[in-house]
Ligand binder design. Structure first.
Ligand code: BES
Ligand code: ZN
Length: 867
């Protein structure tokens, strides 16, 4: 089997091929002799055979150089083993033995941010999913859990902190300019949770007292001088620990919890046992350098990685097809945490926006897959919105079905049954079902069937009998893959929270309930109604479906005003704006004038003026639909039409309510809460669509006066929407202030990359030459290239240049970092949906990339699907 990451014919792996491992490993003892270019890793492992297998087959990485092997102290002759590609086979091994291996790796040359590498002079590791094998030969699969003892030796001056998982047993100088630390992790763990960090860093420390009275040491490490910016992460960690005890009864199990901030990191953060490694953009924050959104994200990601200690580490995945077991569940937990720490409705709205923008798009495209996938080429490509966000929705629906208390009982049962094990998603569902006597046999289809179900709604009200008849039917189109595999789909169990609002605006609470749609079509009747009520369905977005429902503006306006479910109040306004944008897109394509309906513009005005609405919530109600949401409903992705349709609405609103908008902006500009900033900056976005000088002046003044990053970066991004001297000056000023700050510099990249300005492509190219830019840093590329690719208007242009530049960049980075390569490859996901001229251009670049013999299997898997 060929497993080479850069192979042209990577092997497909299947869920149904799962086989328990042939060997277990009782323990592993690692010795790291750290040197920048030549690190020697010695591993001693006690193997025990669990099947009749004769040979031991271990995984190794591309750049692991094998120095020596011995079994039970005897050096192995080269005839006893074979290294083929990344696989080491040792022939005819006994049923129990001690294997000692010595390998050499080169951390400095490793730019993949996987395995052992150097970032800003700090040694660090990243092993999930399959990169422990880039450190040493191992049974690198999550169902092999073992006890780790780790020794680290390094230069004493350059690397004063030597960290690994678990407890630090000893630390001593070796007298020759080098020193040594010994770590022992009392919990068995899979290899993907291993971590090592060695470096010269600053640290802040604090403690947390657990419910059983243990005092846990908390440490957050960051480059010297950045300690002040770690405080928010520390407080977030303490809140997470408290919340996990209160909500789920889960207590921390080690004596120390460490977080290390690293500049070069592919993902957001990693839950290594007792030693989390974080992307610096998700640790470092203060008012000057971080936005309100950054603060919220840090709290949620610190929570997420902490919550993994139980959902992921104590109970882990049997194999990577079960990834959502830990990720879907932990996302659900971090969403609940954020909802409890901040505003529950606001949190739900943001989570659903993200689900619709990212996951619904994925489900509608060539990379659609079930929450529990059935096959793949690259395990790395499993880290999708479907596994994470839809996985979290499926858990949320379970909780809706069995109730909050019932779900807690199920979670208790899950830990009782599976602590210390590597299990499956089905094991999880069974643990939740049993204490609740629930039947999840139909519900589990959410794990095996991909695609977003459509639910059509029709309502008939009979005035004479006071009866409302509601008919719901579900329809699930086959995804691209399901079609190719000739699959058919069964109806889902869809739990829809439901309520009725009467004509006077009162909630008819006797009708509040959950409608369980299980058949293809089902009808419900509601009696004793004095007049026609307005239906509020899928409250709190209780099920991840698309409602197909022609609703009158009058009904939507009624809900915006009166719905007791905050989610649906906002949803009603979003639906109105969404439908209107779609209508204007058609008008644009038919070369008609774009005239937004007065009724809708006035509805926005009413919301704006309603003093009873909390400003943060108001800012969300006034959000325009995202391009990717629009794209899902359109046969052809027409960026110009999307842009112009939205611009027409923004302009009409800004012109009609000019006075009120300016007044509201000024009012909130004098205040200083998250909500005030959100609303004020939303208003600025509407205002700037008019390109009127008073709005440009307000934005410019805000940029200069801003004392916090939220206001600063909002003003800058709004200025980037217009051609003005103020724009150039602000961009220069921001660069001068922040080009040496590896975190904030990314904001300068992304405001330029995401702008609708015709200058965008030019600016993007120039940014790659700017001071501060690092062409192998993942964050720089996500901000610049990722931002640009998400900018439909400026990325998809009929000059062949943007796609070509992007493909060159993709090939360059993919060669050294396949994970970043694969992320960038997602830009071509909707190639098939582009207008003919753009499609030809994009496909030519996809073909060119596929023809490259350096293309990683990660990027290849995604690009192949786009053709
Ligand atoms: N386990 C992942 C991080 C990871 C995934 C590392 C794949 C390497 C390969 C971690 O728990 C995670 O899910 N992080 C998210 C953030 C989270 C809040 C959703 C991430 O990194 O984006
Ligand atoms: Zn996670």
């Amino acid at each position: 089997m060929k497993q080479d990451q850069h192979s042209n014919t990577p092997a497909r792996i299947y869920l149904t091929d799962y086989k328990a491992p042939d060997f277990q490993i009782k323990d592993i003892h690692l010795y790291f002799n750290l040197h920048e270019t030549q690190t020697v890793v010695t591993a001693k492992m006690n193997f025990v055979k669990s099947t009749a297998a004769k040979d031991l087959v271990l995984a190794g990485g591309e750049h692991v150089k094998l120095l020596s092997l011995s079994i039970n102290g005897e050096k192995l002759a080269t005839s006893r083993y074979q290294v083929e590609g990344e696989i080491l086979t040792i022939k005819d091994v006994p049923s129990e033995f001690l294997l000692e291996s010595q390998v050499e790796v080169n951390p400095e040359a490793n730019k993949s941010c996987e395995g052992l590498y150097l970032s800003g002079g700090i040694f660090c590791t990243q092993c999930e999913a399959e990169s422990f094998r880039k450190i040493t030969y191992f049974l690198d699969r999550p169902d092999v859990m073992t006890s780790y003892t780790v020794e680290i030796e390094a230069d004493e001056k350059k690397y004063p902190h030597l960290l690994s998982n678990g407890d630090n047993i000893s630390k001593k100088s070796l007298g020759n300019g080098r020193h040594h630390a010994l770590w022992k992790d009392p919990f068995k763990k899979p290899s993907y949770l291993f971590a090592l960090v060695a470096g010269d860093m600053g640290v802040i420390t604090d403690t947390f007292k657990t419910k059983s009275g243990k005092t846990v040491k908390l440490e957050v490490y960051a480059p010297h001088g950045k300690q002040e910016r770690c405080k928010h992460a520390m407080v977030s960690l303490q809140k997470s620990m408290q919340w996990d005890e209160e909500r789920w009864g889960l207590e921390y199990d080690l004596n120390t919890y460490m977080i290390v901030s690293i500049d070069d990191f592919n993902m957001g953060a990693m839950e290594n046992k007792g030693l989390n490694v974080f992307n610096s953009r998700l640790v470092l924050a203060d008012e000057k350098s971080a936005t309100d959104t950054d603060f919220e994200m840090i709290e949620s990601v610190v929570g997420h990685e902490y919550f993994h200690n139980w959902t992921g580490n104590r109970v882990t995945c049997r194999n990577w097809f079960e990834l959502s077991l830990k990720e879907g569940l932990t996302v659900f937990r971090d969403q609940e945490f954020s909802a409890d720490m901040n505003s529950r409705p606001v949190q739900r709205i943001k989570d659903v926006d993200s689900l619709r923008t990212r996951q619904f798009t994925e489900d509608a495209g060539p990379n659609a897959h079930p929450v529990r996938p059935e096959s793949c080429l690259a395990v790395d490509n499993f880290y999708t919105a479907t596994i994470y966000e839809k996985g979290a929705e499926v858990i949320r629906m379970m909780q809706t079905i069995v109730g909050r208390d019932g779900f807690r009982k199920g979670m208790d049962e899950y830990f009782k049954r599976h602590d210390g094990q590597a299990v499956t998603i089905i094991d999880f569902a069974d643990a939740i079902a049993t204490p609740n006597k629930a039947d999840f046999s139909q519900f589990k289809l959410w794990y095996s069937q991909a695609g977003t179900p459509n639910v059509s709604v029709s309502e008939v009200f009979d005035q004479a009998s006071g009866t409302l008849t509601l008919t719901l039917s579900q329809e699930s189109e086959l995804t691209v893959t399901e079609k190719a595999e000739g699959k058919t789909k069964l109806p889902f169990h869809i739990p829809l929270k439901f309520g009725l609002i009467d004509a006077s605006g009162k909630e008819l609470s006797e009708h509040n309930q959950i409608l369980h749609l299980k058949e293809k079509t089902q009808t419900w009747t509601f009696k004793g109604l004095a007049s026609r009520p307005v239906v509020s369905l899928n409250r709190e977005f209780s099920a991840p479906v698309k409602l197909k429902w022609n609703r009158s503006n009058a009904d939507l306006l009624h809900l915006i005003k009166f719905d007791t479910d905050a989610f649906n109040r906002r949803e009603s306004c979003s639906k109105m704006l969404f439908d209107e944008t779609q209508r204007l897109i058609a008008d644009f394509q038919n070369k008609k004038d774009l005239v937004p309906q007065e009724e809708i513009v006035n509805a926005l005005g009413t919301v704006l003026k309603d003093e009873a609405i909390d400003p943060q919530f108001k800012a969300l109600i006034l959000a325009m639909p995202s391009d990717s949401q629009l794209a899902q409903e359109q046969a052809i992705l027409d960026p110009q039409a999307f842009f112009q349709a939205k611009l027409a609405i923004r302009k009409a609103f800004a012109n009609t309510f000019h006075t009120e908008l300016v007044a509201t902006y000024k009012k909130h500009n004098e205040k200083n809460s998250i909500g005030d900033r959100a609303l004020k900056n939303r208003i600025l976005g509407f205002g700037i669509s008019t390109e009127k000088t008073d709005w440009i002046e307000l934005a410019s003044a805000q940029y200069s006066a801003a004392k916090n990053m939220t206001d600063k970066i909002s003003a800058l991004s709004i200025l980037c929407e217009v051609q003005n001297l103020a724009t150039e000056n602000a961009l220069k000023d921001f660069h001068a202030t922040w080009n040496t700050d590896s975190v904030v510099f990314n904001k300068w990249l992304s405001v330029q990359a995401t702008s609708s300005s015709p200058m965008t492509f030019e600016r993007v190219q120039a940014a790659t030459k700017a001071k501060g830019y690092d062409q192998t840093n993942p964050n720089n590329m996500y901000s610049l290239h990722g931002g640009f690719a998400g900018n439909y208007l400026r990325f998809h242009t009929d000059s062949a240049e943007t796609y070509k530049w992007y493909a060159d960049e993709l090939l360059r980075i993919d060669k050294v970092n396949p994970q970043v390569g694969a992320r960038l490859a997602q830009a071509f996901t909707f190639t098939k949906k582009l207008p003919a001229n753009l499609k030809t251009l994009a496909q030519a670049q996809v073909q060119r990339m596929l023809a490259s013999d350096t293309l990683s299997k990660n990027a290849r898997e995604l690009l192949e699907k786009t053709l």
